[in-house]
Design a protein. Sequence first.
Lengths: 282, 561
Amino acid sequence: MMKALKIAVVLVIVLTAVFALTACNIPDEEVETELREAIQKTKENGFDIEFTYNHEVLELYSGKQLEKYLKEDDGDPNRTNWNDEESTEWVNTAYKYSVKTEDGSITGEVKITAPAEKNEMGEPIGSDSVETKTYAEDGFAGGFLDYWFVRSLGEESTHRVTYQGVVRFGRDIIRVNIESILMKSGEYATYASDGSWKLSDGTVVKAANEEDYNWTAAGGIEMVEIDRIDFTIKDGAVSEIELYNEHIAYLPVDQRNYLEGGKIYTVEKAVIKEKEEATIIF
Amino acid sequence: MSNTATLSFKKKTALDDLLDRKYLGKKDYIWFSLTQFACSAITGLAQGYLLFFYTSIMNIPLTYVGTMFLIAKIWDGVNDPIMGVIVDKTRSKMGKMRPYLLWASIPYAICTIVMFINFRGMNITGKIIFMYASYLLFSTVGTAVEVPLQGLPAVVSPNIDERTKIISISRILGSIGEQSALVLISLGLIVTNDNYEATYTGTAVIIGVIAPIFMVISALVLKERIEPTNEIPKWSEGFKYLFKNKPFMILICANLLTFFRNLVSAAIMYVVCYIYGNGSLQIAFALPGAIASMIGMLLAPKLKRHFNAKQLFILATIWHSVCLVGVFFVGMTVPWYVIAVLMFFTMLPVGLLNVVPHLMAADTIDYWEHKTGQRQEGITYSLMGLRSKVSSGLKDYFLTFLLGYFLFSQPLGFVEGHEPVQSSYTQWGLFAIYTIIPAVLNLVSIVPMIFYNLTGDRIRKIQEELAVRHEEQRMAEAAFAYSGGDVEEFGVLSKPGFSAGAVNFSQIKDVIAKRRNSQAVAEVLRAEKAAEEQALDAMTEESKKAVTAENAGEKIEEEGK
């Protein structure tokens, strides 16, 4: 009897734990609807907020790189190496938004601070520029927030959206992962039902279940965009958005051949070319 | 007993000669300790860094990694006793342990290196298959090395002092070896400018090349001098023993639950990489903790004088948890060195918690011997070892679950050296895995410990009574030798039957009694003969005196006439 009781107690504890952990996830089929409704409610509730969106781009200063490589004799000095920290730099353009809702629409302005341009030696030419634009003309289709709201909802052929919805400490977090592939030709690859990415002529740029892309297919991939947006939902409305995106390009970098005395040769590899981040609290 | 105790040992017995003799030279101590160092370096690398390698370098989905670790540790639990039986049945010119150390060490090192290679161009399915195949192979070959290695001290010398010495020295070297991966990886990250893949593979190559050298030399230098008296227990017997020996079962349960505590060290790499953004900092977080833990180990015997093992376990657990809660509330926004310093004090009780269960295990062995007359050291330490492996598996599985729970973003496999920026919620979660989660869950291990009752007067009384029994046994052994028995015969009689390590004491006593009876008869006969001779001598003296006196009287009479 005592043994049966002990087994029952253990089973109850295990089942409770399993149930509790299952309850920590929002069912897959409900995630998109919940996000759509939360965005709608956020607009209806109205907001007046300020936030900064940072857009960083990796710049390479060819003159500075050449000057450096001319002093070394283990590779072609005229090569291009996007992995060299001394002759590359992350250049940030800051978008400072001040937006609010008016009659259910988002309005406001954005102050864009761009760093001074630099020459091939990495020396600044002129000074930082500050430009103020209206929300609707900020460079994003329909304005920054609307662009990301639309992009995060539903799947389009040119970008693939996957959701992960969880309940954590009394709030819902919906993570939206967006993947898109822009070709050098300007065409976007489309996500096929078999899990591969294809161009309109049928060229496969990423095979199903493969981790890497076919970077050189059909003239080459210009950029793979991997976006991650976390929506925190409280009382049915979005309370916070945390956005972090990386855009990856196929660029020449150094590779050392240890079998040939450590001589450097150039290969093309996937390199992060752009980064975007913003935290928006409603 | 008293009869036996009153025997005077005028001659040194053969058994005592055997036990006092020195067998091990300096090279034995050096090579065995270096082998332990090498073996610990491999296990330290695998246990401390493989999870991070799979999740953050090979980019294998968390759920697959967690499940694999769980399955592998269950397999470990099964293959350990199997290897024990294989070793026990082995008979070769080299002995039963050394052949495995000699032949399995190189495959073990190769498995270690291969396991830390990220084969590029492999799709996710291929990576998962590779992970399962390489880790299970590593685990199996590792068992073939580790089981004989742990058993080696028991057979290299019959001298107990020498065995204790070689185990103590090798354990110190072993604990240093465990930290070698930490040092190599920290240096590697600095040299390669935070290239994790090159650093991890490079560290595995360095350890994988050096380790088998020590193991092979050790296998060739050391000698197996005695047949081990302890048979490896059957697996089924082990579980029966676990359920029958209640204090031991409580200890195992409490100790099993301490796997939550291991989250702290397992989370360090994630904390330094994704919160502080600098993998090289791991040495600043891990090394003070390791030193603090060693200090805790050294303090354990002193604290044992003031507290019993149960109290130490509970106090150390609470101390550790309170400190972790404190670190959590200090927060992750303070400079990293503040957290590193605080973690030093947090890890001090961990040293105690590493030692105390072994002290308690020894108490449960005494308890069982007191209750049944059988000492079950083999089963006890085999189950303690199994507990350690299961704990490690649970820790890895739970860590992968928590990483998923806190929405950990894994690196993009196609971008070399990719370090994804984690969301603020994930960063908070990683800090919680490092601090408050183990702090709270670790307290659960106190619950079974509340029912542990081998403390105070109870265990003292048991140990006093056992001391008397052991003295009886020791005297019986000595008496056995005194009464004409030789060491080989004693060995045959004391060979374990059902229980490993238990001496067949009653049988020995019978033999001693018979021998002592026959000896006593001889003694009586000798005594009677001596008495007769003495009496005869006495009679002769008296008769001589009488004859002399008679003669003298006759002479006087004649002179008077």
